[in-house]
Design a protein around this ligand. Sequence first.
Ligand code: FMN
Length: 368
Amino acid sequence: MTDVLFIPVKLGEIELDHRVIMAPLTRLRADVDSDNPNDLMREYYAQRASMGGLIISEATTVSPTARGYRGSPGLYTEAHVRGWQQIVDAVHARGGKMVAQLWHVGRTSHASLIGGEPVTASDVPYEGMAFTADGWVPASRARSISIEEIAGVVADYAAAARRAMHAGFDGVEIHAASGYLIDQFLQDNSNVRTDAYGGSVVGRARLLMEIVDAVANIWGAGKVAVRLSPSSNFNGMADSDPDSTFTQVAAMLDRKRLAYLHVVEPRISGFQEVAPGLQPVAAAKLCRWFGGAIVAAGGFNGSEAAAEILRGGADAIAFGRYFISNPDLPGRLRSGRALTPYDRSSFYAGGSRGYTDYSAAVAPVRSE
Ligand SMILES: Cc1cc2nc3c(=O)[nH]c(=O)nc-3n(C[C@H](O)[C@H](O)[C@H](O)COP(=O)(O)O)c2cc1C
């Protein structure tokens, strides 16, 4: 049933032995004073590494002002490079590969986290939450970022991409989904700018394209990916014509010759299912506009994942919540063993409970 998941695949220049990818999952276990990745995180990622499989790191901030959630890791200091290096080495030692997901939250932040006002595409009303030393609090009012500051953000992405390379990652994924800074530029309910970074889809996608070019300049496009969530209203997002916006963005990205385009299905909003029963549509739609490899995510089990690959909607499937509770997910899907249910209360709870204490049931998947 799930055999197709275990046919090797090439995502740009990233070669994999199977198609069961670990989705990016923020777990808020980094050191809170420094954003340093730590030993507990190394254990967690090593547990989830599989021979020839791909792990996408949790969203990782590109600068001190990109932060929005206390406990999420960074890639903006040399200590971060050393911390990630330990993790990537542990994943490699188990035969796995790992890409870093690069992140700027934009308006979903709080002044106490970044020492000033958050920035976003346009100063439009928004009610969201940030995770601070005082717990979940309403996000601070964000201001429209200036053109000069945009150049700084692009440079921050480039610097973080270089650090990801120094840490030994196998590539990078640019987080342009889920209502964070790049998505705030892409969609027209949060971007009402009248300069070169607003207006038409070309204008609204300019920040993303500049970041892609800057990062590809360091890595080569074949090791750079982009994640989009074309229809998610998570973090207050909306667009007046999402089909037109995201098909155009996919077509623009097609010309960049990326490793893969990662697409979140509309049945998912952020970290939960909002339309159970809705069949996957997003990746199958965008694959008509993006000729490279497609990774689909959101609400998949093993048989649905295999069906999606067989019907040509995606080349590989990223699993989120099931990878939290099944560290040996590729092996379980291959053997057909039941999946352990996840405990939502420990997603962001800190510590090892619900993080490193889920046990493996099967031997690791080996390439043949
Ligand atoms: C606890 C948790 C944290 C998440 N963190 C991220 C993240 O850091 N970056 C991201 O792009 N998506 C994030 N997501 C979304 C997942 O990558 C994925 O799209 C979503 O869970 C749907 O997939 P699933 O049905 O297989 O869980 C998160 C989801 C969960 C449940």
